[in-house]
Design a protein around this ligand. Sequence first.
Ligand code: SF4
Length: 319
Amino acid sequence: MPTEIRHDWTRDEIRKVYELPLPELVFRAQLAHREFHRPEEVQLCRLLSIKTGGCPEDCAYCSQSAHYATGVPREPLMNPRDVLEAAKRAKAEGATRFCMGAAWRQVSDGKDFDRVLEMVRGVAALDMEVCCTLGMLTESQAQRLKEAGLTAYNHNLDTSPEFYGQIITTRIYENRLQTIAHVRNAGITVCCGGILGMGESDEDRIGLLEQLARLTPHPESVPINMLVPNDGTPLANAEELDPLVMVRTIATARILMPASRVRLAAGRRGLSQEAVALCFLAGANSIFTGERLLTTPNPSADADHRMLETLGMRAMQGA
Ligand code: SF4
């Protein structure tokens, strides 16, 4: 029987999936994965920080928040020409999706937004999937991004609604959901996930998955990040996450949202090759490549190509 894509998952149901014995959980995730995706394929994405640091938000994990002394230098919005060069290099290295991140609380109409629209048009013309993460958006800004050729907008829920207030105080969960709705209404696909290892409980991870799995339609892209502790932030000394928690969360996400791309995002450099292989087995089918993920270190494109070769997997072709 084909897997039904559901949006009415209850927290109890999700908890039962999440708490399955790991081999059973991964087995079920594989079944769902193979029904909707090629198990040997991984999408390579490149993420570029187009405006770095000085963000007025207080996300406790973030090196770019102006609330913390993290040593990350503030850099103004990049020149569209340089961004396009970076996108071309990423494409030459096998990336089919190019994401641009700006450390803004929200998008403001004006010169900077016009430059971002120019970047989006330029990357779309390279025949790559183009994604942005720019903070909160209005409906009309989402519409303008769509018209410029934006494929996807990233706006993470980060964690459960219950734990959210311990991580961010400068905005509320509802703000996030509102921007996601504007993105969806403009006809842009949604990239939305969370971060593990911030001191949240299993119940918080289940709560995050519940929020994601009840979005209708599901986010087409679900990034699962592992905290990379940044000096100067409140989470600088967070306890290290057991990689099997990543595996468990990814497998549950795969079962709940079988058609979505599940992205193994930040924190991958802290995982062994075996743990990354288990994440693929659990249903992750996308990674970010390139030396840096915004401001955090990431494996190089060469290292990733070697890893895929070792695992007998390959980069997804075409956008
Ligand atoms: S995660 Fe984004 S919104 Fe939060 S402080 Fe960092 S750049 Fe700002």
